[in-house]
Unconditional design. Sequence first.
Length: 255
Amino acid sequence: MIIKKSMPKTGELVLIKIKKIMPHGAYCELTEYGLDAYLPISEIASGWIKNIHEFLKEGQKDVGKVLQVDPQKRTIDVSLKKATPREKEAKKSEFGLENRAEHLFDQAITLSKTEAEKDKIKEEVAKKFATYSEFLNKVAENHNLIEGIVSNIEFRKSFLDIVVKNIKPKKYEVSYLLEMRLTNPAANIETIKQALLEIAKQGVKIIYLGAPRYSLLSEDSSYPKAENKIKEANKILNKYAKQIYFNIKEDKAKT
């Protein structure tokens, strides 16, 4: 988070560290908030727990789910068993990516010598993005985006340099199957080759699967952009409709 929240919300996944184990539960620290929380013994694992020390150790780190929050008393209860294995892995991955993104943000602050304006820059970014990782990924996809977010030119230059060196923009791929054959006696194989050449010029990768089938692969920075290339391929084939029969359908095996 760019602007740290004072307390978590009910149902939120949180990183916890066990601090003190008691007979009927354990006190733990919420890593991201620096707050204490209570983990009841009934929320450690499913089933009856005879010896709590068989399930918990002091210093143990895990991912829990917030059960309830009392802002006035500043008390928080968490559960381990209500966080699924998939949710725990996703939270750990998200935390790691956010830490890396924040480190790169701070690195840009240092390189641009804008420490005095750090709070202002953070506020500008926080108006558009909730997390450093989201900001980093969006700028990686569109370098011009940062100009409308951060006013400090020196920071923008340093941050973009770091993005180019460290972040590979995420690519989205769509896959379609193309069936194509000649229908007009006046046409020949060169007609098919010409149509495929025009499709390839749109940035679509063509793989020959055996007559009359081909695989069309389109990759771009977003699904809509990748899909647009396939739409352009369809328009190209329509130009040859009097000479070629064709059918394009989504490749279900790759979706």
